[in-house]
Design a protein around this ligand. Sequence first.
Ligand code: FES
Length: 91
Amino acid sequence: MSHDRFEVHLARTGLTIQVDSDESILDALLLAGVQAPYLCMAGSCSTCQVSVLEGIPEHRDSVLTQAERDAQNTMMICCSRSKSSRLVLDL
Ligand code: FES
């Protein structure tokens, strides 16, 4: 089950941000003034790839291998969401 709305905590910047059902993690970070890198915004370039420190991402990109998906320690924040109510990212 994926959460429509979830919380993202940024371990390095110390910010906690709510991601609504109609926005991406990247959208929420940019709105909050966080300078996250991105390019395609469609899950196909891996520019927005971020390490996941806690929580379970729901992968919606087209670049990670199955092994990388199964490891659940990295994600594309332009399109992927969360299966847990909270993610902690290395940002
Ligand atoms: S910006 Fe290209 S995969 Fe996220």
